[in-house]
Design a protein. Sequence first.
Length: 125
Amino acid sequence: MAKFYVQSGTFRSVVAADSARKAALWAVHQVMQQVLPTDEDDDSLSASATNENSSNTITNRPPSGDASGQRPGSTPVAVLDGRVRISERGYDRNDCAEMPTMEVVAEWNQMVLTLDRLQQMMRHG
């Protein structure tokens, strides 16, 4: 598995993944968990990501000099911009791959809906 440097807006993370697209999906998942947490996120998603894919985040820090306006002691919230940038060579690279954030969010949403349907089928099956 390769190591990818993923960044968008105030979000930066180093992710082990099979591809740049999978690294971008994992990054969007991390950011979306800030605003759409579920009861099962801590147990099932982190366990499945570690066990099935060995795809986990190594770091997750806002860029240095971040002026997010957060109050002292509060948890900073990562905010994505219009593009997700992925590189195997580091942050802020001119040679990085780029994907529209909304395209990655739409793919992430489809995965979440599919997983939800599967869970419902297992409960009622």
